[in-house]
Design a protein around this ligand. Structure first.
Ligand SMILES: Cc1cc2nc3c(=O)[nH]c(=O)nc-3n(C[C@H](O)[C@H](O)[C@H](O)COP(=O)(O)OP(=O)(O)OC[C@H]3O[C@@H](n4cnc5c(N)ncnc54)[C@H](O)[C@@H]3O)c2cc1C
Length: 405
């Protein structure tokens, strides 16, 4: 069977065998792992490094997400790290010399109740104080940005207005992974697929390597960037993470002519929709309630998100569903990520992005690389350390992360 598989195309990136030792190892070949390796090499000159991926590159959440990019989070700490990512997104296509179809078409977050309106206006003000572009739109202005939304006051949950971030948008997720992988490879980083980390090798309380399905690999520094599998790996390293893994689903329709010019999210009716470059309507909603590691979810979740989509966009009533899929997202108690040191020396973690980490791919990689290379958190990830769950300094972003992003 293996002999019948095509050769790995060398023009993307090499397919090396693992060496016995590296200066640093990044566990997880998703967007965050690749971005971490890229910035370790680019910003810190560390090139004797490997990205270890148990499956295939971007086969986790990276190429399963719905690609929404925005930075309009409520709290200063979140606005800073997501806005840094947005600024990097604006530069990356040129820097990586790869057109990953970054399209700044704006995002509307709809408000349907008086409390929704109050929270949304508060968020707009908070965003502006953080120099994040944000506007409050009345229903008639919402209809100008996206004419296919039903803004009738007769609706059960009428659109009372929306926040709008014009610089937000979408990008093609698998292209982003390939762009980072190609750039990493060019700097000498080994990207090793089908190499599952099965355990950690320690000298006292210091990590000195990992055991994998392709043998033991020594390394002075290890970054754990495994999204939905973070807590499983942390347990193997001997500590616990406050993370719950849930399935999160998404779906696409058949291809249609361009009808949907922006990204629309509704926490209350509970769906979000954009239209991909190819023409598919891309939709998602919240997580499946149970914990799990299967990359699939329950049918009733899809049924509800379709009902919500039709309520907001009556013209979708005759659209056909083409395919659905699921990923495994790592959710923390305050809906914010964990990036920093772990109780094991030289082992660092980046996880807990839950339903919204794609948008942060570049800044997450940037600060994780800084933290690994210097042993100190970057100012952007200092508030997101594991210790906040014992100090109580939580960054509760449930409102801004609401419909799952
Ligand atoms: C359906 C869905 C929709 C989403 N929509 C959005 C969105 O619109 N906007 C947004 O910002 N975010 C979104 N997200 C969230 C986003 O995809 C994630 O937060 C982000 O991709 C996580 O970082 P990553 O890319 O590195 O994760 P992943 O791509 O999951 O990378 C982790 C990798 O670690 C590997 N791994 C696990 N265990 C091991 C091991 N033992 N050894 C080696 N490798 C291992 C996995 O195979 C995987 O490839 C969505 C997620 C899903 C599932």
């Amino acid at each position: 069977m293996a002999k019948q598989l095509p050769e790995h195309p060398a023009w993307l990136w090499r397919d090396p065998n693992p060496k016995s030792s590296y200066d640093a190892i990044v566990i997880g070949g998703g967007g965050h792992g690749l971005a971490t390796a890229y910035y370790l090499a680019r910003n810190h000159g560390l090139t004797n490094i490997a990205v270890l991926e148990k499956g295939w590159l971007a086969g986790g959440n990276m190429a399963r997400n719905t690609t929404i990019i925005r930075s309009n989070y409520l709290w200063d700490e979140s606005a800073a790290i997501y806005e840094y990512a947005l600024k990097l997104w604006e530069l990356l296509p040129a820097e990586l010399d790869y057109d990953f179809l970054f399209s700044q078409r704006g995002v509307l977050n709809l408000a349907h109740t008086l409390q929704d309106v109050r929270d949304s206006v508060r968020r707009v003000e908070a965003n502006r104080l953080n120099r994040v572009d944000a506007e409050w739109l009345e229903p008639d202005e919402v209809a100008k940005v996206c004419p296919i939304i039903n803004v009738s006051p007769e609706l059960r949950y009428p659109v009372l207005g929306a926040t709008f971030q014009p610089r937000a948008g979408i990008a093609k997720h698998d292209h982003v992974a390939w762009a980072f992988a190609r750039a990493c490879d060019a700097m000498g980083v080994d990207i090793i697929q089908h190499c599952e980390v099965t355990g950690f090798v320690k000298d006292g309380n210091r990590v000195v390597g990992v055991d994998t399905t392709r043998g033991r690999i020594n390394a002075g520094l290890v970054g754990l960037v495994a999204a939905g599998h973070s807590s499983v790996l942390a347990e193997k390293a001997g500590f616990r993470l406050p993370v719950q893994s849930h399935p999160l689903q998404a779906l696409v329709s058949e291809l249609y002519e361009p009808v949907h010019p922006t990204v629309v999210m509704s926490n209350y009716v509970h769906v979000y929709v954009s239209q991909a470059h190819k023409g598919e309507l891309v939709m998602g909603a919240g997580v499946d309630a149970y914990n799990g590691y299967g990359q699939r979810g329950s049918f009733h979740v899809i049924e509800r998100q379709m009902a919500a989509a039709i309520e907001l966009f009556p013209i979708f009533a005759r659209a056909h569903l083409l395919r659905t899929w699921g990923g495994i997202v790592d959710v923390t108690p305050d809906a914010s990520p964990i990036i920093g040191a772990t109780p094991v020396e030289n082992l660092y973690v980046n996880c807990g992005w839950g339903t919204g980490g794609f948008k942060a791919t570049p800044s997450a990689g940037w600060v994780m690389a800084h933290t690994m290379a210097t042993g100190e958190p970057h100012e952007l990830n200092r508030p997101f350390g594991l210790e906040r769950f014992t100090t109580g300094a939580l960054i509760d972003e449930h409102g801004a992360a609401g419909v799952a992003h």
